[in-house]
Design a binder for this molecule. Sequence first.
Ligand SMILES: C[S@@+](CC[C@H](N)C(=O)[O-])C[C@H]1O[C@@H](n2cnc3c(N)ncnc32)[C@H](O)[C@@H]1O
Length: 280
Amino acid sequence: MRQERVAPDLSGVPETMLWPLWNRAAETGRRDRLIDDPMAVELVERIDYDFKGRFGKPTVFHPIRARVADDLIKTFVAGHPERPMVIALGEGLETQLWRLRQSSLCWCSVDLPEAIDVRKRLLPNHPEAIQIACSALDPGWMDAIPPGTKPFISAAGLLMYFTETEVRDLLARMAPRFPGAEIFFDTITPHVSLRTQRCLHITKNYKAPPMPWGVTVDDLPAFMASIPSVEVMSIQSYADPFPDRTRLYKLLSHVGPVRRRFAGGLVHVRTLPRPRGAAT
Ligand SMILES: C[S@@+](CC[C@H](N)C(=O)[O-])C[C@H]1O[C@@H](n2cnc3c(N)ncnc32)[C@H](O)[C@@H]1O
């Protein structure tokens, strides 16, 4: 039986959750797919929204991010056999919990109230999932996590919507609160950030919201080194993990000025029990 179509009624930054959903659904239809996300396909069919008109031709970049995060979480789960927990900040309509099919996982979604509302309307209940309707910048969500938890924290497609100071403060606050955690996030460059702040049309019908924080992949190690109690596990550009799908982008990313202008980053860090360099 066909389900009724749902109008999401989203605008501004929360509307951006539909963009990776569109790309994940399209990726699922490819023979050389990086992810298999039938739930994303179902959601795109159910949601009354002009995905193609707004976001245009699907691209591989959101599926790359989703696949890199999926792989990191699978490795994390294998190393944390006792009730591993994922906290997904700015989760939107990410369907990762179902894509991963890891029955032992506890899952916590944190997003703005209007986004959590859409999530609750469209996604099935999951016995191991909780949803917290608040800003990731509000430390309140951390109080909902049992002390001693060493979670995997994903902030895919989120931190670029904050200022550099907000990103720094958020990472610096999470580190002592969750020692031994792993964190994954992605970045855009200052050039792209500036373009979104001036006016970046993705299609003639869709303008990306302002994304204040940009950093080049080359500057990411220094940025991370400025945050106490956080250690980099890997920093790569979007061109790196699946070069067969990003041939031209990969080639161009070897040209310094092009990389600094356009190459987004995929960052995996862990939090340390005490600040780097502190006596044991
Ligand atoms: C580009 S979407 C990414 C969604 C999801 N992570 C994915 O990859 O499909 C950005 C998400 O960040 C959420 N968001 C924006 N500002 C936020 C904030 N201050 N706190 C928590 N979530 C926020 C939006 O509501 C939206 O769901």
